[in-house]
Design a protein around this ligand. Sequence first.
Ligand code: GUN
Ligand code: ZN
Length: 435
Amino acid sequence: MPEITVLRGHAVTFTGDPFIDPGAFVDVPDALIVVTDGIITAFGAYDDVAGQLPEGVPVTDYRPALISAGFIDTHVHYVQTGIIGAYGDRLLEWLNNYSFVEEQRFSSAEYAARAAALFFDQLLANGTTTAVTFAAVYPQSAEAFFQESARRNTRMIGGKVMMDRNAPAPLLDTPESAYAQSKELLERWDGTGRNHYAITPRFAPTSSPAQLAMAGRLRQEHPTAFVHTHISETLTELALVKELFPDRTGYLDVYGHYGLIGERTVLAHGIHLTAPERDRIAQAGALIAHCPTSNLFLGSGLFDLHQAKDAARPLHVGLGTDIGAGTSFSLLATMNEAYKVAALRSHPLSALKSFYLATRGAAVGLGLADKIGSIAVGGEADLVVLDPAATPLLAYRTSRAQTTEEVLFALTVLGDDRAVAATYVAGALAHTRSP
Ligand code: GUN
Ligand code: ZN
């Protein structure tokens, strides 16, 4: 017997990119979503779809709550969950003082398993159903991540960090061990269940040229795999990369030289990219993970989203929480900060564009739009239910909203995990807000 789940609510989703096409927003105030064995098999206005329902199937009615595709966090470190809100400092000092201390704990498989379970609880409580995730350098830390994802049946992207210089000795691998361990994990997990492997050189300063060459070789041998790294987050980092790679024309060229830039490449931050670098990223089809809470917390700079999404040369952009330099697991809170960063760049960000970046925009950039990121027949039923009256203040504010867009914007400004009434993973209820 097929497993059937039917949800009723105010559905919001996209059929295209609202940065280019304002008509891409789909707003169905009274919608039915029918899920059969994890796949959406019917979606539309209640009156149009109700007649197709099999006899006696229960309908979970979330009205007036909104139902969206589950959120996609395009850059996060599960191994840094324990250091969110570590006080003070800029990127390189923060890495040395906090990240590189905490990440050493993930040599213990037990520690990693406990952290992974807590991390997935946090993702799902925040309506995040897919995350592009750094583990630590230890293969067992990536193994724990994938084991937890397999238990939850989530569509996740992750990988073991590669780093062979400029970090404490216990955190270093070598070009050869990084290649061998990554390959083993990749062959076990890429395409297993709903998981994808990401070849994960931390960033140029912590990988030797020999290690980046190994990363490139692995990518060539496994073209389905993702590449996940950081780029151009701070000016100090840029100067360091210039010093370490004097033969390359710039930061992006370091990765490009080793064959690491293409489709399914996720580049976190990209605040200080040059115009030619943006062109090259657009041409390659890579995705930038914009991480506003982290960029503000570390004082890294203000990403120019308007420029990135320039219709003459649009980049794929997603939103990232970048836990633990980021300050919230919530993509709603991340949209709030993205709005403010965009405002400081003189181009405020509409709620529709924010929601797109956190759902379909990320899915398109990751090459997964046929599976996730939208509410659409044939897609996987990863969904988040958002309560516009989650708090007294939200209820007060949204009660006077005239449009759906106004409700969505209020959710980004005032919402967080309290606004997530429920999260569905492949049609199965994976989180319900506590009463
Ligand atoms: N660059 C290299 N490693 C990191 C990290 O762990 N966090 C952030 N925000 N930037 C990085
Ligand atoms: Zn990061």
